[in-house]
Ligand binder design. Structure first.
Ligand code: HEM
Length: 244
């Protein structure tokens, strides 16, 4: 008869104990929110600083429009990376930061869109529609913005309760927004054959999507799905926010 060595089980129990001990509580993560909020405002502080010092480049309109677009993409990718980070580091409570990151993405996208409609198009609806029809990368950006608007509007407990299971499906559109954002950026840079930066963002998005895909495949084809679901349920009840 083969007896199982006891040490691995002890080590497993010890690791499990450690990771449980090191998990941030919902309260601790809640305390990080004001810091995250201030971090999210840093781009504005930078723009004001550059403006005061007359350092907004030779073309401030282009600089500010592009900068807002870049920050939209950064906030979007940070939002998408919260789930992998909480899974890798076993920090389910981090989900409490996701909403704020997503709303910052929406905030910068709104500024980016307003910069285009105000400075580029003079808020003229006919000119705006003509530009959307003429430049496909603007159309793609607009679709991303409108989809983001739907997510921002329903990003609250009331909508979550009202929409039930549909809420989760709706918020899975964040992956589509990520792809549209990259397509928009890629198309914008295609004219100048300058794909250096956009390739880095596309690479990050690809890794985040690949992570999701592998996890989804493992959960779907796992012989013991109950464990995954139990963990998921535990995370949801700890955060009050379903995983998307
Ligand atoms: C999720 C939504 C969006 C993201 C992530 C995004 C991101 C970006 C990025 C990263 C750039 C290039 C910045 C650079 O060259 O350094 C850009 C350019 C641009 N975007 Fe967006 N964008 C979005 C939506 C929109 C929308 C809704 C509009 C307007 C309807 C728009 C209009 C533009 C324009 C006009 C440019 C070119 C700016 C210039 O060259 O002066 N974008 N966007």
């Amino acid at each position: 008869m083969v007896t199982r060595p006891k040490l691995p089980r002890c080590i497993k129990a010890w690791i499990s104990q450690r990771t449980t001990d090191m998990s941030l509580s919902a309260k601790q993560v809640g305390r990080l929110k004001p810091i995250l909020f201030l971090l999210g405002l840093l781009p504005i502080v930078r723009w004001v600083w550059l403006g005061i010092n007359d350092d907004l480049t030779a073309n401030p309109v282009e600089f500010l429009t592009r900068s807002a677009g870049t920050w939209t993409l950064v906030c979007l990718l940070v939002t998408l990376s919260i789930t992998p980070v909480r899974q890798v580091f076993q920090q389910p409570a981090l989900v409490r930061l996701r909403r704020m990151c997503g709303l910052f993405a929406f905030f910068y996208c709104t500024l980016h869109m307003l910069a285009w409609s105000g400075w580029d198009q003079g808020f003229d609806l006919t000119d705006m529609l003509t530009d959307i029809a003429k430049r496909p990368f603007i159309l793609v950006g607009m679709v991303a913005f409108l989809t983001m608007t739907a997510l921002a509007i329903t990003s609250n407990q009331f909508s979550m309760k009202r929409l039930g299971k549909r809420w989760q499906r709706l918020h899975q559109l964040v992956y589509l927004i990520g792809c549209l954002a990259i397509l928009h950026y890629w198309w914008h840079k295609a004219g100048k054959h300058n794909f250096q930066e956009v390739s880095i963002y596309a690479g990050v998005l690809f890794l985040l999507l690949a992570w999701r895909f592998v996890r989804w495949g493992r959960q779907k084809f796992s012989p013991v799905p109950a464990v995954g679901n139990a963990n998921k349920r535990a995370a949801v009840s700890a955060s009050g926010n379903p995983d998307t």
